[in-house]
Design a protein around this ligand. Structure first.
Ligand code: DGJ
Length: 708
């Protein structure tokens, strides 16, 4: 390999990069069986008439100064000067799976350090750039993006929109003439625009097509872009979005982009998700306790702010009886917190509600064999709080303006050293004075005019949030943390590197959850997705679902119960017990296996499943979302099995399957495998498949496939 052309290689994907005199990704696609650096001559482009007289490489920095008229990778200036840098490579360090390139613009006195790692097994590309100011005068950085060229056949984008109670909704955009851009200035990864997208060949689907996934591992403001240049070439771009004046680099100072995580797949969206899941399991996810994710009971929708320790202990006893393994006291335990309009910031126990302190409850929970968790929202402050009355200047704000509150609260300025120290001290009090094993960390307001010392400060706020988490993780390594922000408002790999679980949504409606969880599964494995059985009548939608549909919908993730078990009738309690038991039995498979989402021609049926790593067993969930489009649901062909192996196929759970004779309405006769288990070959199941039953809308069943 000549040092000018570097090939990074993994099991299924390769990256070929030109490193001198400038950097350019020449190839990102399937693993090459044969390659020599001289091969890149085939890609030497013509220079088109009527344009600039030189070839324009798609460099790492996508410099405007080279004549790139699209979205540059770097923007900024030094008092209006040095505003159009062009970088030349100085130094290259490469191995089979990593590359570091240092390049400089002497005129502008700027250095760019680019780091790339192609993870050998999964082919997930981790990439970031760092800009360094080499001049005594500050350089005002406005944009620093990671740009990745993708082939011309990437003609569709799949991105995610959403809102509170409706996260991770995918949508498709055709990529032609111009491009696709998505920005968030909310100060968190956001419900509205999860910082990721997928580009791919026309019509890519769960099981088919070539796709390139891109995720920005960052919990703050962000910008993602997929561009078609006027010459037809395509790039994807991901960056932290900086507000005016936020980043000023003094001499020797640096600014790094967040890590971008990119994945290539020739096997549709499943191949991409499987690469990300494996990568996260190996490289990012760190559980403090055991790998087996404990089943939660969280008090929020059970009692809201109405905390009575005696009653909470009864709830804990009931929870333990049905198999819960971790009990969490949600919002309402601290001073002044009787409703959502007061108390945030006053992280002292409410001694009126808890006259004996928290210890009796915690000891009770521990005595029942469960671990204990507690809710906090450290970044926030209510105007009606002792903290605000003492320190109104601790708010993240710009002087002279009145901010709108959100949920009656403001945000604290974490860049203010006293604020940071106060929160660290209060959280350390909570975690050192009490044997707490888990913290649900909430964040219920977006940043509006975020100001520190008169300047906008959203980027620094996110860095300080990470610093606070890092410090707490260091002090209390046994404590697991869940990232919650009004449900799924802060879900990304940046925060996942510091936490163990996500509160996927405040919406526990099983029908809505089928869509939300599927959307999240593109980038996250099930064990970090909080999936909850909520009340029969969902608090968010008022819709009612059977315990079967709720239980099966919550089964695959990090399972939880979000209700008051004391108020539940016997049938409901029996249901919780049943699904917790089933979840525990399947948990080792679900949280280590390969996730598959299936393409179904009739989109009223949604099927996904997990196949064990050794391909000897699998479970697939069939969810009937609406009335079938046709009178039959057709056959399902299962992926990921061993063709030469005989499997038994049977119903593992399906409480609502009834023939007309038995009081059902959808089937006179069941498919034969539902009457008794069948044994067929893996090849047959993968090629011919299994006849699906006809289910009523908003119901589900679980299919068990096991090697005989
Ligand atoms: C919003 C969260 O998403 C809920 O689960 C709950 O913790 C409330 N905040 C508490 O105020």
């Amino acid at each position: 390999m000549t040092a000018d052309i570097v090939r990074l290689s993994s099991a299924d994907a390769d990256l070929v990069v030109r490193c001198r005199p400038y950097t350019e990704i020449l190839y990102w696609g399937p693993k090459l069986r044969r390659f020599s650096p001289e091969d890149v001559v085939s890609l030497q482009r013509p220079v088109a008439n009527g344009k600039l007289d030189v070839d324009l490489p798609l460099t790492f920095a996508m410099e405007y100064g080279r004549g790139q008229f699209g979205s540059p990778g770097i923007e900024g200036h030094r008092g209006g000067r040095n505003a159009s840098p062009v970088f030349t490579t100085l130094k290259v360090e490469a191995s089979d799976s990593s590359l570091i390139v240092i390049s400089e613009d002497e005129q502008a006195s700027l250095q760019l350090i680019s780091e790339l790692r192609l993870e050998p097994q999964t082919g997930v590309l981790q990439i970031r750039h760092t800009l360094k100011n080499l001049h005594h005068q500050a350089w005002e950085l406005e944009r620093l993006a990671v740009t990745l060229p993708v082939p011309e056949r990437a003609v569709e984008v799949m991105a995610f929109h959403g809102r509170w109670l409706r996260e991770f909704q995918p949508h498709r955009v055709k990529l032609e003439h111009g491009g696709f851009i998505q920005e968030s200035r909310r100060g968190r990864s956001s419900h509205e625009y999860f910082p990721a997208f997928v580009v791919g060949e026309a019509g890519f689907s769960e099981q088919h097509g070539t796709v390139w996934g891109v995720h920005l591992g960052w919990s703050g403001n962000h910008r993602l872009r997929a561009d078609v240049k006027t010459d037809g070439r395509r790039v994807v771009q991901a960056e932290a979005l900086y507000l005016p004046g936020e980043i000023s680099l003094g001499e020797g100072e640096t600014c790094s982009t967040p890590w971008v995580y990119a994945a290539f797949s020739q096997n549709g969206l499943n191949g991409m998700s499987q690469a990300y899941h494996t990568y996260l399991r190996q490289s990012l996810i760190r559980f403090s306790g055991s790998q087996a994710r404990p089943v939660h009971l969280n008090t929020w929708e059970g009692i809201y702010f109405d905390h009575d320790p005696a009653y909470i202990m009864q709830m804990a006893s009931k929870a333990a009886e049905i198999g819960v393994e971790r009990f969490i006291i949600d919002d309402g335990w601290f001073r002044g917190r009787n409703h959502d309009q007061a108390g945030l910031g006053d992280w002292y126990l409410d001694e009126e509600k808890y006259p004996q302190g928290l210890m009796p409850v915690i000891e009770h929970v521990h005595a029942l064999g469960m671990s204990f968790g507690i809710w906090v929202e450290p970044e926030m402050i209510n105007p009606d709080s002792d903290l605000f009355r003492a320190h109104p200047d601790w708010v993240l704000q710009l002087p002279g303006y009145q901010q709108p509150t959100g949920r009656y609260q403001y945000v604290l300025d974490l860049s203010h050293p006293e604020v940071f120290d106060y929160l660290l001290e209060r959280l350390s009090w909570l975690l050192s004075e009490h044997p707490v094993e888990y913290v649900k960390w909430d964040m219920n307001r977006e940043l509006v005019q975020p100001g520190h010392e008169g300047k906008l400060s959203a980027d620094a706020q996110t860095h300080q949030f990470y610093r606070l988490l890092d410090e707490l993780n260091w002090r209390f390594p046994h404590v697991e943390i869940e990232s919650c922000a009004s449900g799924g408002g802060r879900i990304d790999y940046g925060v996942l590197a510091r936490t163990q679980r996500f509160w996927v949504s405040d919406n526990n409606d099983a029908l809505e959850r089928q869509a939300i969880q599927r959307g999240m599964s593109y980038f996250f494995p099930p064990e970090v997705m909080g999936q909850h059985i909520g009340h029969r009548r969902c608090h968010a939608t008022q819709r009612q679902h059977s315990i079967g549909f709720r239980g099966l919908t919550a089964l695959f993730g990090h399972m939880g119960i979000e209700l008051d078990p004391i108020q539940s009738d016997d049938e409901e309690l029996e249901g919780y017990r049943h699904y917790i038991k089933l979840h525990k039995a399947l948990r080792p498979l679900l949280h280590s296996g390969t996730t598959w989402r299936l393409d179904m021609p009739d989109n009223t049926v949604q099927i996904s499943g997990v196949v064990s790593q050794d391909q000897t067993c699998a479970v697939f969930l069939m969810a009937q979302l609406q009335m079938l489009n046709y009178s039959l649901a057709g056959n399902v062909r299962f992926p990921g099995l061993l063709p030469d192996t005989q499997y038994q196929v049977s119903l593992l759970d399906g409480p609502e399957i009834k023939t007309v004779r038995e009081g059902g309405g959808a089937m006179r006769e069941l498919p034969s495998w539902l009457r008794q288990p069948i044994v067929v070959s893996g090849d047959w199941l993968m090629q011919a498949g299994l006849a699906l039953p006809v289910l009523m809308p908003e119901s589900a069943l679980l299919i068990n496939i096991i090697k005989v």
